[in-house]
Design a binder for this molecule. Structure first.
Ligand code: NAI
Ligand code: MG
Length: 316
C-alpha cells in the first residue's frame, strides 16, 4: 500500500528542516508519495488565510502530515489563526506524543492536545483592564488521553506519572485527576503515581531517569516537554507526533520557526528527521523507523542543515 504524505514546511526554519526530513524518508525506498502544501504566517500574508482549504483537503486525503513550524504573532492579528492548533482540532489529533531520549533518559510525555488553556476561549472585560482565559477540561478528553498513555506505559517500562495541579485548580485539574486515576486503575500491571506540576518540573531536572510515561494537560505538557528537551540535546533533537483515532496523523518537531536563525542553513534538522521516524512507526515501517532513529541520535549536528542531513542519509 502506497502511503500519501502531505508536507507542510511552514515558516522560518520549517523551510529548511522539513526538506531534510523528506529527503531522509525518500532515501529509504519505501512506498511513500509526497505532496507539498502551504500554511503559516507567510501564507496568511500572501493569501489572507494561514491554512488554505486546499491544504486542509490535501491533509484529509493523506495518511500522514509532516509539518515544520509556523510563526505566530505575539499580539492579535485579525483573521490569523495558528495553523497547527487548527489542524489538531480539525482532525481531532487529541494526543501529542513527545519523547525525550539521551543522557540515560528515555521518557515520553503524552500531552492532551485539544482543550485546557489552549481552548481559545479568552476575552477582555473592564474595558480591557481584565483579561480572562477559560480552561476547559472534559471527562471525555481526559479519559482518552490517560487511556492512551496507559497503553504506551504498558508497552514500555510500566510506569505512569499523572501530572496536574489539583491542589489549586480543584475543578479543572480535579476532574483530570479523578478521571485519570479511574482509567489508570484499569491497568493493574502499571505503577501509577500522581505529581503536582511544579514538583514534576523540579524532579525532571533533578532525576529525569526515574520517569517513563508522563500524562498531563495541554499547557503543562507543552512546558514540561521543552524542559525535558533541554535535558538532552535541546530543541534540535525533540520530535513529536499528533495522533487521533485514525488518519491522518501529524508529525512535527517540537521547536518553532526560529526566526533568529532562519535562512542561514544552520538549523538542526534532527528533530524533524526524528519526527519523520515517528511517522514511519505510525505507517507500520517500524524497522526503518528504528534505523533512522539510531542513526540520527548517533550523528552530531555539524552546524549545517544540509551537511547533517547528508551525513544521516550516507549512514543509512
Ligand atoms: P523556537 O523553537 O522557534 O526557538 C527557540 C530557540 O531555539 C531559538 O533560539 C532558536 O534559534 C533555537 N532553535 C529552535 N529550533 C532549532 C533547530 N532546529 N536548530 C537550532 N536551533 C533551534 O521558539 P520561539 O523562538 O519561542 O518561537 C519562534 C516562532 O515559532 C514564534 O512565532 C512561535 O509562535 C513559533 N512556534 C511555532 C510552533 C509550531 O508551529 N508548532 C511551536 C513553537 C513556536
Ligand atoms: Mg511548545
Amino acid at each position: 500500500m502506497v502511503a500519501a504524505i502531505t508536507v507542510i514546511p511552514g515558516d522560518g526554519i520549517g523551510q529548511e528542516v522539513i526538506p531534510a526530513a523528506q529527503a531522509v524518508l525518500a532515501a529509504l525506498d519505501l512506498p511513500l508519495v509526497f505532496q507539498q502544501a502551504e500554511a503559516g504566517f507567510g501564507t496568511f500574508e500572501y493569501w489572507g488565510d494561514a491554512l488554505p482549504s486546499e491544504t486542509l483537503a490535501m491533509c484529509a486525503a493523506s495518511d500522514a502530515v509532516l509539518f515544520g513550524a509556523t510563526s505566530s504573532p505575539m499580539t492579535k492579528v485579525a483573521g490569523y489563526h495558528s495553523p497547527i492548533l487548527s489542524l489538531r482540532r480539525h482532525f481531532d489529533l487529541f494526543a501529542n506524543l513527545r519523547p525525550t531520549v539521551g543522557n540515560g533518559i528515555d521518557l515520553l510525555i503524552v500531552r492532551e492536545n485539544t482543550e485546557g488553556l489552549y481552548s481559545g476561549r479568552e476575552r477582555l472585560e473592564d474595558g480591557g483592564a481584565t483579561a480572562i482565559a477559560e480552561r476547559v477540561i472534559t471527562a471525555r478528553a481526559s479519559a482518552r488521553i490517560v487511556r492512551l498513555a496507559c497503553e504506551y506505559a504498558s508497552q514500555r517500562r510500566g510506569r505512569l506519572t499523572l501530572v496536574h495541579k489539583a491542589n489549586v485548580l480543584k475543578e479543572t485539574c480535579g476532574l483530570f485527576r479523578q478521571v485519570g486515576l479511574d482509567v489508570a486503575s484499569e491497568y493493574p500491571d502499571l505503577i501509577v503515581e500522581e505529581m503536582l506540576v511544579d514538583a514534576a518540573a523540579m524532579r525532571l531536572v533533578f532525576n529525569p531517569v526515574r520517569f517513563d510515561v508522563i500524562v498531563t494537560t495541554n499547557l503543562f505538557g507543552d512546558i514540561l516537554s521543552d524542559l525535558a528537551a533541554g535535558l538532552t540535546g535541546g530543541l534540535g533533537v525533540a520530535p513529536s507526533a499528533n495522533i487521533g483515532t485514525g488518519r491522518p496523523a501529524l508529525f512535527e518537531p517540537v521547536h518553532g520557526s526560529a526566526p533568529d536563525i532562519a535562512g542561514q542553513g544552520v538549523a538542526d534538522p534532527r528533530a524533524a528527521i526524528l519526527s519523520a521516524a515517528m511517522l514511519l512507526d505510525f505507517l507500520g515501517h517500524t524497522d526503518e523507523a528504528r534505523t533512522v532513529r539510531r542513526v540520527t541520535y548517533d550523528t552530531p549536528h555539524t552546524g549545517g542543515t544540509e551537511r547533517t542531513c547528508q551525513a544521516i542519509i550516507d549512514r543509512l
